[in-house]
Ligand binder design. Structure first.
Ligand code: ASP
Ligand code: MG
Length: 403
């Protein structure tokens, strides 16, 4: 007997018909002798609908209230899923974030889980009932409802799997698994059978939306095996596991991320503490910065370029302009037309020449590189957004990733 966490995303609970299918799958898993904890997202489109309502009332809506608003999406799907289970004879009980005791910090709209008190989950399992947990939400220490950021149900699921020491966390979605690149952009994209936490972490941070980044971090930290698979069929999906059991492929995936924007501060004083002051101000507002490039200085000033998520642009622009003008900078430029294109692979650790090959492939398509960053297993280039799809296809072919 295994303990399995099954997470169902928005399209997997997209209609009553789909919810009945979810209930059947849970019943089947139980019939095989396993214990199941279910975690659900809101019905597809619902979170967007709720966000739009809030934003219609307020251009910069209060974040505490937005959390209360969007958390209702998962309340609906959790209760409907529990109802569908009970209807086919499976005892079930929905649990909201605060009932499942998912305790987070107080950062509204992107809270982090601090701990999960599992008593209620264990109690339900002991009674032979299936806990159906509303994903994406938690409660802070003052009892406020918080949410975990878009795609946060993945994180709820993995965090629960870690907390109850489940044997596996299954992520049911509308694709068959993790692909070498986006099949909508590149028809020769292939499903990857097994991928390491490290590679998945890079791909998720690049906007391969199949898993929320934080969920992969947690899976890696606690060694939770994650199986990403389709809720529309019963094929095996992609196993995300420890890299020690994998052969390291030089490049295992190509990703394009269009969710970032680039800011450049011109004429910043080049002296100790200036960069610290700017990024501290951003960190205080929980804005994460991705790429950072500072150039050589001329006459004591320099240009600093960095990228952030598009959603954080307004806040970032405001803070950067304030700090920059306080430090005598000339200008803050915003560029929204960028894409970050990356190749990821464990084998890069031991193979030289991957970067130069990437640059050559892009050059051959006449694609200009505006910034570069690397990690042990990833190389990323900022390019014009209009060339992103072309770049993905060229790299996928150039690194022979097709089927
Ligand atoms: N419903 C939330 C969202 O749309 C959380 C999730 O689906 O994972 O982002
Ligand atoms: Mg998702």
């Amino acid at each position: 007997m295994s303990l399995i966490v099954q997470k169902f995303g928005g399209t997997s609970v997209g209609s009553l018909e789909r919810i009945r299918e979810v209930a059947k799958r849970v019943a089947q898993t139980r019939a095989q002798g396993h214990q199941v904890i279910v975690v659900v997202s809101a019905i597809a489109g619902e979170t967007n609908r709720l966000l739009a309502l809030g934003r219609e009332l307020s251009a910069r809506p209060n974040e505490r209230e937005m959390d209360v608003l969007v958390a209702t999406g998962e309340q609906v799907s959790a209760s409907l899923t529990a109802l569908a289970l009970i209807e086919i004879g499976v005892p079930a009980c929905s649990l909201l974030g605060h009932q499942a005791r998912i305790v987070t910090d107080h950062v509204h709209t992107k809270a982090r889980i601090e701990k999960i008190e599992c008593d209620r989950l264990h109690e339900a399992l002991k009674q032979g009932s299936v806990p159906v947990v509303a994903g994406f939400q938690g409660i802070d220490h003052e009892g406020n409802i918080t949410t975990l950021g878009r795609g946060g149900t993945d994180t709820t699921a993995v965090a629960i799997a870690a907390a109850v020491q489940a044997d596996i966390c299954e992520i049911y979605t509308d694709v068959d698994g993790v692909y070498t690149t986006d099949p909508n952009v590149c028809p020769s994209a292939r499903k990857i059978g097994r991928i390491s936490y490290d590679e998945m972490l890079e791909l998720a941070s690049l906007g391969a939306k199949v898993l929320q980044l934080r969920s992969v971090e947690l899976a890696m930290k606690y060694g939770v095996p994650v199986h990403v698979r389709s809720s529309f069929n019963s094929s095996e999906g992609t196993m995300v596991i420890d890299d020690k059991s994998l052969e390291s492929v030089v490049v295992s995936g190509v990703a394009a991320d269009k969710s970032e924007v680039k800011l450049t501060v011109r004429g910043l004083h080049d002296q100790p503490g200036v960069v610290a002051q700017l990024f501290e101000a951003l960190a205080e507002r929980a804005i994460s910065v991705d790429m950072i490039i500072q150039n050589i200085s001329e006459q004591g000033t320099t240009d600093l370029t960095f990228t952030v998520k598009r959603d954080d642009l307004d806040k970032t622009h405001e803070i950067t302009s304030q700090v920059a003008s306080g430090m005598g900078a000339r200008q803050v430029l915003v560029d929204q037309e960028i894409a970050k294109i990356s190749v990821v692979g464990l084998g890069m650790r031991s193979h030289a020449g991957v970067a130069s090959r990437m640059f050559r492939i892009l050059a051959a398509r006449g694609i200009n590189i505006e910034a570069i960053s690397t990690s042990e297993i990833k190389i990323s280039c900022i390019i014009r957004q209009s060339s992103a799809d072309d770049a993905v296809r060229a790299l996928h072919e150039g690194f022979a990733l097709g089927g």
